[in-house]
Design a protein around this ligand. Structure first.
Ligand SMILES: NC(=O)c1ccc[n+]([C@@H]2O[C@H](COP(=O)([O-])OP(=O)(O)OC[C@H]3O[C@@H](n4cnc5c(N)ncnc54)[C@H](OP(=O)(O)O)[C@@H]3O)[C@@H](O)[C@H]2O)c1
Length: 201
């Protein structure tokens, strides 16, 4: 499967590397266009293609990895989503550092906000709690696998996302629907910034 990524920064690169290591193909995009990603593509190696956001958004599964305040622009002028899967790895923060405070969304979850920007997509929230350095590292340590929380309203999308999570070496933990699960895993929620290992039996 080819997976699209909107964003080509720390999270995007770490995720792309894990995908490429496990045989996926990747289309990666940023705000400046494919020609600005020569060295990134070279660094990531074969299986990755630098594309426009419009092309990345046409993959069957698309990861969102841009900073919160860039989301509206990054998600504008894209083709209709038509049921494709969008994985929201973003946090509602004005900096990408961990342990920061969330921006005030008037009691709404960040996923509700993102859902409005991707009408018609099957939205899953995942990968937002894991620091990019852990995302790019080997996922098994001390006999456990690193946990990735998943929330969403669409079972099919969560199943597909869980398959990717498992294949790249993490342990998916389903928290339920987008609003309630999303609230737990979003910045400011009880599971934000947790780095958990699921121990093997
Ligand atoms: N850093 C972490 O450890 C971490 C962990 C979990 C979740 N997150 C969340 O994940 C998201 C990304 O974090 P990051 O650390 O990867 O950020 P980052 O390193 O700053 O990368 C952001 C990327 O977004 C791209 N971008 C900006 N505007 C765009 C647009 N209009 N269209 C397409 N791409 C655009 C940037 O491309 P240009 O350079 O071309 O503008 C850049 O490649 C944030 O919401 C953050 O809160 C971060």
């Amino acid at each position: 499967m080819e997976i699209g990524i909107i964003g080509a920064g720390r999270v995007a690169k770490a995720f792309a590397r894990q995908l490429l290591n496990t045989g996926y193909k990747v289309m990666i995009s940023n705000s400046r266009g494919p020609q600005s990603m020569h060295s990134l593509v070279k660094d990531l190696g074969s299986g990755v293609k630098a594309v426009t956001t419009q092309e990345a958004a046409q993959a069957k599964m698309v990861l969102l990895a841009v900073q919160w305040n860039h989301l509206p622009l990054a998600l504008s002028n894209l083709p209709p989503w038509e049921g494709r899967i969008v994985i929201d790895a973003t946090n509602p923060s004005l900096t990408c550092e961990p342990y920061v405070n969330a921006v005030d969304l008037d009691g709404r979850t960040s996923s509700e906000f993102v859902a409005e920007l991707v009408p018609g997509a099957r939205l899953v929230k995942a990968f937002n709690t894991v620091y990019y350095k852990f995302l790019e590292s080997y996922q098994q340590e001390n006999h456990g696998r690193r946990v990735i929380f998943i929330s969403g309203d669409d079972r099919y999308a969560k199943r597909e996302c869980s398959e990717v999570v498992k294949r790249i070496g993490f342990m998916p933990v389903d928290l339920g629907n987008l609003v309630n699960g999303g609230r737990m895993q979003q910045l400011g929620g009880p599971l934000a910034n947790l780095n958990l290992l699921h121990l093997h039996k």
